[in-house]
Design a protein around this ligand. Structure first.
Ligand code: CIR
Length: 255
């Protein structure tokens, strides 16, 4: 969780057409950009040098840069997001990856993986099968990680959860934050899990960045639980991202 860099992308006005499971109104590009600026500032204050890529109007969901790529300390993987309107985002982010990494591999084969389905634990990468990540993609991804010396395991994202990481996060120091459903899934047995209080499932998606945990605004129970577990927090508004099922982790690649 020690990072020096992040890649982000400015939300486009077309984010108003972003994909969502339940419609609670369109996000506004303008308001989203204000929230995004605070997000970038928080990453910088945590010590990161942040690339802010230009908005891509042709890809409404492209500010969620976590999905078309995956970054390790010494290499990056260009992914194939598993929904038609986002498939081209992998190519769009490649140049930014190449600026930072000598080794940039394309996910082998024809399967699909969204980066939001990959959770990095201290010792293992968990790849969640979902409506976006299929078994061809997950197996190819796990094999590539294995070839590079990482432990990887493929598991099922619980029903009704968009991405594996929509419902859980690593807080660092061996501690996981998860919704109750995720905590009871068995994936984290033997590990310390902080469970988000009822009604606050959205807040299970947080990010640990160096010394702090970034937490979405409006979830006091989760904030208190994270602080009680001993972590320093920074609260950020994510009201626009939430309208299109996006959270804090989705908005950056950190390495
Ligand atoms: C989508 O459905 O793809 C976007 N509206 C939200 C992506 C959120 N990304 C993530 O959870 N990693």
């Amino acid at each position: 969780f020690q990072f020096t860099h992040a890649i982000t992308r400015t939300p486009a006005n077309s984010v108003a057409n972003g994909i969502r499971a339940v419609d609670s109104g369109d996000p506004s590009g303008e308001k989203f950009r204000e929230e995004h600026e605070l997000y970038v500032k928080a990453l910088q204050e945590a010590g990161l040098s942040v690339d802010v890529l230009p908005a891509l109007e042709a890809f409404p969901d492209s500010c969620f840069v976590e999905d078309p790529a995956f970054c390790l300390p010494n290499a990056a993987i260009q992914l194939r997001p598993g929904t038609q309107s986002r498939l081209g985002e992998g190519k769009e982010i490649r140049a930014a990856l190449e600026r930072h990494f000598e080794k940039v591999e394309v996910l082998p084969g024809n399967g699909h993986v969204d980066g939001g389905d990959v959770l990095m634990l201290d010792d293992t990468m968990l790849i969640g099968l979902s409506a976006r990540t299929d078994s061809d993609g997950a197996d190819a991804f796990a094999k590539l990680l294995g070839d590079w010396g990482y432990r990887a395991a493929v598991c099922e994202t619980p029903q009704g959860v968009l991405h594996f990481k929509t419902a859980c996060s690593t807080l660092g120091d061996g501690v996981i934050l998860a919704t109750r459903v995720m905590a009871e899934s068995g994936f984290f047995d033997g590990r310390q899990v902080v469970i988000v209080p009822e009604g606050e499932d959205y807040a299970a998606n947080v990010i640990r960045v160096n010394e702090v945990v970034l937490v979405p605004e409006g979830y006091p129970g989760t904030l208190a639980a994270i602080e009680k577990a001993g972590f320093k927090t920074v609260v950020l508004p994510t009201h626009e991202a939430r309208k299109v099922d996006g959270g804090l982790s989705c908005l950056s690649l950190r390495f």
